[in-house]
Design a protein around this ligand. Structure first.
Ligand code: SF4
Length: 693
């Protein structure tokens, strides 16, 4: 273990949850030192010792009575899960996968990864799929996290790194515009940067249909109709152009494509924007006043802007705003995406996406295939091509041309997938469902084989946080007997499948291979190793060699497109895939609460975190109309399902909108599986609903 400065018996590591990857120290405590206590790690710059409630209580799952410590296999006679030896479970999985592939082809096996897996796990999982299984059918739940921002970043800048600058740069901005981010609740230690902007006399703008805790720490709060952030951005562009506030010099020197965007924005005059978004012309003018007068303006998007069938276009429109203001590449300014999942960034860089190989290489690029195949010691011709995106993969399960089996690592899709009832039906149609997890999640409960794996404090591995900073989680305690790491599970399966490629189980060895595989790619880790990460409090990619300092800030001189220019991308507002109508007259939006993380499989089991269960947040006017009372059951119905939960009647949400948190079974039975055509992001953030008491 690695001791942190000033705490000789402590292990310096990082929180198991969100993309901030706050530094913390774990100290042995309790009888015989078997428990772990969380202590601050003030030297780690991202959070400077601050943690949210989830971080402080993160050791609460260690030793939990629901912790899985033995493989489980579903008994064909009784239909119940029974304990099994590791060899029996892995032999059974490998035998059945081989039989299914022999009968139905290599793509009969699907692999579903997660944005919480370490870089090493994500990398080895991609290799398992492409080399040991030879299947193209691999994707991961990060597709539902920030894929729209990734797609937009690639189009506009030629590269996708959530924040192209350190998070602390936010403090230097004069105006920060948050589009669909509730960071004060989802990553509280980051909110101090907003406070410091305001202390310096800057302004924070919060755009969200709900008046959230982040809005309470903002100067300007705009609550648009869900699904209209794109139209709002076009209205901003319209007024910037009308006022001759576009940075023409920057646009001419560093970008291309402005004229097409200008022509589209010309059609979005303030009254039309107001009719579409509900944001009044005076509010729009005030927002443009702020932006036009700012020396350094920064636009940050999160899931509220991105989880839409027009998510990529929405992000592109806000990038267009940042480019029109001449901000990307300027210190303390520009555009960034606030990633959600712990390894939402790194999880998509190392080959668990259906269209990518390690280093952000595209799987249909012959040079990329050759490079990665050489690292893996295989013939590039044997690597499969592009597979289905996450939701499309689940939708195809058990269908005549779809996978007959699924291996799930680090994901609880029964709770987190859109149109979740349909997804559960697809899982039930499989010949084999294998789930690796540390507890009996709702998805594991449906599996034919459940494999118990280590949790974060029991293993070592790297994560890449929302800034593109590669950090190292260090093992602080041994795992319970009977539990294996995901790397051991992957290696065990690869061996049984007869793969001759190497599948190391030592994380540092995997990282060294990952770094070689990424060399020369956009996300280049070739100069990063565990010793550097430790010495430097993380290393920012790209870092092509050991003498390279890492890249904290991007785009100062050039963007990543071949000509060095950023692209304005011409996009227009189309609207949500499912508009409201007489039968479903309100908008449903989903999101998070402070005490829970993602599907809640971990945090719902931590006794020091309040488990409120789901609720339905609605405005007093809507509550009055449907006869709902605070605390009493209210029913939300969409074209895909129904849920009932206690009402929370609040004046902080739009009267035409209801909100349901997605950490429990229910919310995603309602959500829409309409996909963004570019990122394949489902439209989690808005659909049409009916509410009744
Ligand atoms: Fe963990 Fe995120 Fe909370 Fe930090 S903000 S303690 S990384 S959940």
């Amino acid at each position: 273990t690695q001791a942190a400065a000033g705490a000789p018996d402590a292990t310096a590591t990082h929180c198991p949850y969100c993309s901030l990857q706050c530094g913390m120290q774990l100290v042995a405590s309790g009888p015989r030192g078997r428990s772990l206590e969380v202590q601050p790690w003030p030297e780690f710059p991202v959070n400077e010792g601050g943690l949210c409630r989830k971080g402080w209580t993160s050791t609460g799952l260690r030793g939990h009575r629901e912790r899985l410590t033995t493989p489980l296999v579903r008994d064909r006679a009784t239909g119940e899960l029974r304990a099994a030896e590791w060899d029996e479970a892995l032999d059974l999985v490998a035998d059945r996968l081989r039989a299914l592939q022999a009968a139905h082809g290599a793509d009969a096996v699907g692999v579903f990864g997660g944005g919480g897996l370490t870089n090493e796990k994500a990398y080895l999982l991609g290799k398992l799929a492409r080399v040991a299984l030879g299947t193209s059918q691999i994707d991961y739940n990060g597709r539902w996290c920030m894929s729209s921002a990734a797609s937009a970043g690639n189009q506009a800048f030629g590269i996708d790194r959530g924040l192209p600058f350190p998070l602390a740069d936010v403090e230097q901005a004069d105006v920060v515009v948050l589009v669909g981010s509730n960071l004060a609740e989802t990553m509280p230690p980051a909110a101090r940067h907003l406070d410091r902007v305001r202390e310096r006399g800057g302004q924070v703008v919060c755009i969200d249909p709900r008046r959230t805790p982040t809005a309470e720490r903002s100067d300007v709060v705009l609550q648009p109709v869900p699904g209209t952030d794109l139209a709002l951005a076009l209205g901003v562009l319209h007024l910037l152009d009308a006022r001759v506030a576009v940075d023409e010099e920057y646009v001419a020197a560093r970008t291309s494509g402005w004229e097409d965007v200008r022509a589209t924005a010309a059609g979005w005059w303030p009254e039309r924007v107001e009719r579409t978004t509900g944001i009044g012309t005076a509010e729009l003018h005030a927002l443009v006043d702020l932006l036009a007068g700012a020396e350094r303006a920064m636009v940050l998007t999160a899931r509220g802007a991105e989880q839409h069938s027009q998510g990529t276009a929405t992000v592109l429109a806000w990038i267009d705003v940042a480019l029109a203001l001449g901000m990307p590449g300027k210190p303390g300014a520009g555009y960034g995406c606030l990633t959600g999942q712990g390894n939402g960034q790194g999880g998509r860089e190392h080959g668990q996406k259906s269209d990518q190989l390690p280093g952000y290489r595209m799987i249909d690029d012959p040079a990329a295939r050759e490079h990665v195949a050489a690292v893996w010691g295989v013939d590039p011709a044997t690597l499969p091509g592009k597979g289905r995106s996450a939701y499309e993969l689940l939708d195809a399960l058990g269908q005549p041309d779809g996978p007959r089996s699924l291996l799930v690592f680090g994901s609880n899709i029964v709770v987190s997938a859109p149109r979740a009832t349909h997804v559960s039906e697809r899982l039930a149609a499989l010949d084999l469902l294998v789930v690796c997890d540390m507890v009996m999640s709702e998805t594991a409960a449906l599996a034919d084989v459940v494999l118990p794996v280590t949790q974060w404090a029991e293993e070592t591995g790297t994560m890449t946080n929302l800034e593109g900073r590669v950090i190292l989680r260090r093992q602080a305690a041994s795992a319970p007997a009977g539990v294996r790491s995901d790397l051991q599970v992957i290696a065990g399966l690869a061996e049984r499948l007869g793969s001759t490629a190497t599948f190391p189980t030592d994380p540092e060895e995997v990282f060294a291979e990952l770094a070689r595989a990424s060399a020369g790619g956009k996300a280049d880790y070739a100069g990063i190793d565990y010793a550097r990460i430790t010495a430097e409090h993380g290393v920012f990619w790209p870092c092509p060699d050991h003498e390279h300092p890492g890249t904290q800030r991007m785009f100062a001189d050039r963007f990543a497109h071949a000509d060095g220019r950023a692209r304005f991308v011409d996009v227009d507002h189309v609207g949500t895939a499912e508009p409201t109508d007489a039968d479903f007259p309100v908008h449903l939006t989903t999101g998070r609460v402070l005490a829970q993380y993602q599907s809640g499989a971990q945090t719902r089991r931590v006794k020091d975190l309040p488990d409120t269960g789901p609720f339905v947040e609605l405005h007093p006017m809507l509550a009055g109309r449907v006869g709902a009372r605070d605390g009493e059951p209210v029913c939300v119905r969409t074209r895909r399902g129904t849920m009932t939960a206690p009402a929370r009647v609040v004046g902080t949400i739009r009267p035409d909108t209801v909100f349901v948190p997605f950490h429990w079974v229910g919310a995603n039975r309602l959500t829409n599986d309409a996909l963004d055509p570019s990122s394949r992001m489902p439209e989690f953030k808005v659909c049409a609903a009916a509410v009744s008491a």
